[in-house]
Design a protein around this ligand. Sequence first.
Ligand SMILES: Cc1ncc(COP(=O)(O)O)c(C=O)c1O
Length: 390
Amino acid sequence: MQIARRMSRLGTESAFRVLAKASAMAAQGRDIINLGIGAPDFRTPDNIVAAAKQALDQGYHFYTPARGLPELRQAVADDIERHRGVAVDKENVLIVPGGKPTMFFAITMFGEPGAEIMYPNPGFPIYESMIEFSGARAVPIELFESGGFAFDPDRVLAQINDNTRLIIVNTPANPTGGVLQRDAIDRFVAGLEKHPDVVLLADEIYSRLLYDGLEHVSFMEYESIRDRTILLDGWSKTYSMTGWRLGYGVWPGALIDHAERLQINSNSCASAPVQVAGIEALNGPQDAVDTMRDVFDQRRKLIVERLNAVPGFSCTVPKGAFYAFPNISGTGMGSLELQELLLEEAGVATLAGTSFGHMGEGYLRFSYASSTDNIVNAIDRITTLMSGRV
Ligand SMILES: Cc1ncc(COP(=O)(O)O)c(C=O)c1O
């Protein structure tokens, strides 16, 4: 067999590998606490589950239009108006199976040898992986703990050159919980206006998970770059629906047909009954979303406090999403080494910061989308283990 050379450039998301290893250890009888995977631990709200069941009974068993059910696309447009204060035409909405396809489509559309795509580092690992796969040069937007893991707009703008095709931004961010503030985005957008050929992919999949009274600032609010902004969002994190596989992209008029062709060549459409459930999620009661965020907020405070008491760890307070990203350089160990040690010796699954790019060295990612008991027990075990070593 001769596999295409580009396959050697395709990376992965370590969270799935760690999940498999942690599950295998648990199956062998080990007591494992998994703070590795970024999936909310709540059941999907009952009204959404009921809508999917009803859709199956009503005969939603077939293909839908490739762009998605018109009612769902309208519900997405309404939701964007409600939460981002921006009027969007449903004709620009493409429903896809999860958050990932929108980034896959955008990077496929703009990436090729000779092109450059900028992406956050540390950041969601699929950005770098897909850019490399496309043949484009992956140009990191380096994020620093000292800046709250938010980007410096002037540094990013200075990195743009004639080959820059696409810039990927993510707020609130995985794996750091960093949030971009309005003044930084204002400065960035003002600079971007001088580069009219550069497209923006705004990954806002954690847009409903901000804390301390912060409000989400969406790149969709910026009229001057709207015709070259792709918005990525979905149901996975907001409605605890990671296993349902439902997401959407809002595409500029010049790109939506290309995105639709990528959809037809890959998924055809998102699952029909799942799309009906998606309508209920957006149009139905939102109290479960608020409750989940409040619970995450309590866990956030708890985990940061506990992590700061672990010898060799120091943890800044994340402002969004559901991840803590402690600096572990005080342990004298590398990220991957510590990830392995914690899994083997303490039975706690975490992710090395390096799973999110080279800028993640010296950090570990903890997902606090897990019960308070799990968080307390996991950090107690880690504290005991590290007390003997640091
Ligand atoms: C920043 C970011 N974007 C996109 C995704 C993909 O979401 P989905 O599981 O819906 O494909 C994730 C999932 O962890 C994420 O963290």
